[in-house]
Design a protein around this ligand. Sequence first.
Ligand code: PLP
Length: 418
Amino acid sequence: MANVLELVTKEVQTLRESKMYKIETPLLGPQGGIVKIKGHEVVMLAANNYLGLSNHPAVKRAAAEGIREYGYGVASVRFLCGTQDAHLKLEKKIAKFVGTEDAILFSSCFAANEGFFASVTNEKLGCETYRDVLYSDRLNHASIIDGQRLCRNETTEKKIYGHADTAELERMLEEDKDKDYRFRIIATDGVFSMEGDLAPLPRLVELAQKYGAMLFVDDSHAVGVMGKSGRGTAEQLGVFGKIDVLTGTLGKAIGGAAGGYIAGKKKLVEYLRQKSRPYTFSNSLPPMIVFGAMAALDLLMKDRSIVKRLHDNTAYFRKEIKDLGYTIIDGIHPIVPVMLGEAAVAMDMSQELLKAGVYIKGLWFPVVPRGEARLRAQISAAHTKKDLDRALDAFEKVGKKLKVIRGEFFQNRQNHED
Ligand SMILES: Cc1ncc(COP(=O)(O)O)c(C=O)c1O
């Protein structure tokens, strides 16, 4: 018989040798535009703290009030005795913000995504025999993939279309249109975290309508970020209110603590309260987080200047880093992929940048295609212009030292693809 510890130790060793080992650097204080790590303070370009609310006084005050008024935890799942009126209030607030009838809270968006697909497809719902079909973007988040894995293969067909490839999706839908499926569900991230690009939602809405499919969008990187008022990808792309099911996290822009949600029609949300296992059988969100998230949403609904600052900072950084000679993937999202090509270059660059006062993470194969290693900068409303300039100075200095400022990356990528 194999020894578990022996095999996992070998696997970890392989991860180290292949430079896939994930290194955790402790922060010695709160998340922010500038963070403290051992030895020095650095500009943070790796957090999902898009609106800078994770250490915002109003959010912290609300969280403290949550503890004072409602205690530290509820020690129960929602249907036993884990529902406080604050949970219901937050659910209403989320629904209003993202433009749906209702919403339901989960401990995380990972749990929300795991809790959606199987709860809909694994139940007979009065149908003795049935088959459902899922269409999923190739670059969807791990939690969507895992959520769909929970759907039984005997009753659910799982199809993957090329990233943002609505022509391929349409071909699949057309091919399947006369098949006797019970449910057709199209699933996509609203914003994809590796490239910072937006899903083609207007076309997906059209296709869902044309082929009688339900459209599911995980807006974790977009809620609080995209659109003039931060209501997400649908607001940004002019299809607000037209998405059937929206999921999102409270662990990025909306305070950055934890928690997730599914938002949609009232009847669907009522059903999920009964049947979604990560909701039904897992503790409800702590009051501190519920209050913090409500304060974050209140701030957003009252004051558009925070989202505007994020958009302005993003546009500034995108322009300046290009002017330095770096190649980025163009776009509008605060995720700014700085393309470097070789994994070794991205690794050296992130280490040198840390020494120069910038905390940034690299991505390389197999997380992104071979030869497309990159640093992923994430811009925040918490950054001042001075912080961004400090980061840009470091990029200039390190880029020159490592001779990576070329601006040729996309020409090479293009030739390679030709
Ligand atoms: C697109 C997407 N969905 C879901 C999640 C998971 O969110 P949470 O941290 O709330 O579990 C993430 C987090 O990285 C994400 O990027």
